[in-house]
Design a protein. Sequence first.
Length: 67
Amino acid sequence: MKNLLIAAVAVLLMNSAAFAQDDTKQAHKDMKKEAKAMKKEAKKEGNDMKADSAKAMKKMHKSMKNS
């Protein structure tokens, strides 16, 4: 009975970790899309400073993803 309870808790913890990982992955995806849209908009406007900022944001996203 004790082993069954431990196994049930382990499964519950693994599921919650998987959901947290999915949320993180979605946040990274949203950040990447936002940076891409920002860069495109900046290029359209001819705003180099904003384009550089978007590029830096995209680079930060990439470094967060790899770590």
